[in-house]
Design a protein around this ligand. Structure first.
Ligand SMILES: [Zn+2]
Length: 324
């Protein structure tokens, strides 16, 4: 199997848990790794799971939006080298550095500081590199069982069993991905760059501000805390299903919350009655023309599934505010 495939078909229709675990262990622990790509791509794949369609198809645009954010922040914001060679830079690094230079973007900027149109431009450039070096390589690393892909359509379709496996064990898979990424970076970067490296890697793809989501929700006329009902003067948003599980920011998973509820809930899962309330809230929003685009990947079933998957991942559940 080769890394420069144009199309990949799923090789095995039925996979057992043992086969999936074995292939996943091999992916993380075996093979010669010359860049961080495999970890960066796995991270992006896990972060994009919430955008999967009913048949588990994910667009390259969604994956490489995550991938580009991670790499910009690693390469520019944190100044971390991504290849095992002291002299050569990886193609992704070269692409990002050339883009920063061309548009005179300061090297210490976080990805969020870049204008949205420029972000999209860079994502397209990085996607091109990813199509060449990463999509087919990861497919091959998993023996052609993880997903089917088509470079021309720019989509991949996860094997159903892998989709379920990823959602069921996502928290641990995110952790091992971050760990292996940090281990590689630690080996090939100078001591002053790797201070608190694992913490940097854990939040490298996290948005600096969620204000845009807060404003969108506040503009709907919802001015009360989703949990305790207190009226809100300032808008704060809470990831209904914890970010630690989702690893992504989706309007349909955001609710307005007061500071007290937001802080106390933290990465807990709210009681089931709040899930029903959110399903209803989303049903209202998705029928509004201006919010519809934010619901492109949303379905009620998906939210219910993700709620259950996050419970399987062991986050404290059944949280309710203590009303005084
Ligand atoms: Zn509250």
């Amino acid at each position: 199997m080769s890394w420069d495939l144009q199309v990949g078909e799923l090789r095995t229709p039925y996979l057992t848990h043992t086969q999936i675990w074995q292939a996943t262990h091999r992916f993380f622990y075996n093979g010669k790794t010359t860049t961080t790509y495999k970890y960066g791509f796995m991270k992006a794949l896990l972060e994009s799971l919430a955008t999967a369609s009913d048949d588990y198809t994910i667009s390259f645009d969604a994956i490489f939006a995550s991938f580009t954010r991670t790499y910009w922040n690693l390469v520019m914001h944190h100044g971390l080298r991504q290849s095992n060679s002291a002299n050569a830079r990886s193609a992704v690094e070269k692409t990002i550095e050339a883009f920063a230079q061309k548009h005179a973007i300061p090297s210490d900027w976080n990805f969020d500081a870049i204008a949205a149109t420029k972000q999209l431009e860079l994502i397209q450039l990085v996607k091109k590199v990813g199509k060449k070096y990463v999509v087919g390589a990861t497919y091959s690393d998993f023996g052609g069982d993880i997903y089917a892909f088509n470079l021309k359509d720019e989509t991949l379709t996860l094997h159903q069993e892998y989709y379920i496996f990823f959602q069921t064990h996502k928290r641990m898979l995110v952790n091992i991905t971050n760990y292996q990424l940090a281990l590689f970076l630690e080996k090939f970067n100078d001591a002053e760059k790797i201070t608190r490296l694992l913490s940097k890697v854990e939040i490298v793809s996290q948005r600096q501000s969620l204000a845009q989501f807060a404003q969108l929700l506040y503009a709907t006329g919802m001015h009360n805390c989703f949990y305790c009902g207190k009226s809100l003067h300032k808008s704060h948003v809470d990831h209904f299903i914890p970010w630690s599980y989702m690893q992504s920011d989706d309007l349909w998973n955001f609710v307005l919350a007061c500071v007290s509820c937001n802080t106390k809930k933290s990465n807990k899962i709210a009681a089931e009655r709040f899930l029903y309330a959110l399903l209803e809230r989303n049903d209202t929003l998705l029928h509004h023309e201006q919010y519809a685009p934010q619901f492109a990947h949303y379905s009620e079933q998906k939210l219910v599934d993700l709620y259950q998957y996050s419970q399987l991942n062991g986050f404290p559940d059944n949280w309710s505010p203590q009303l005084s």
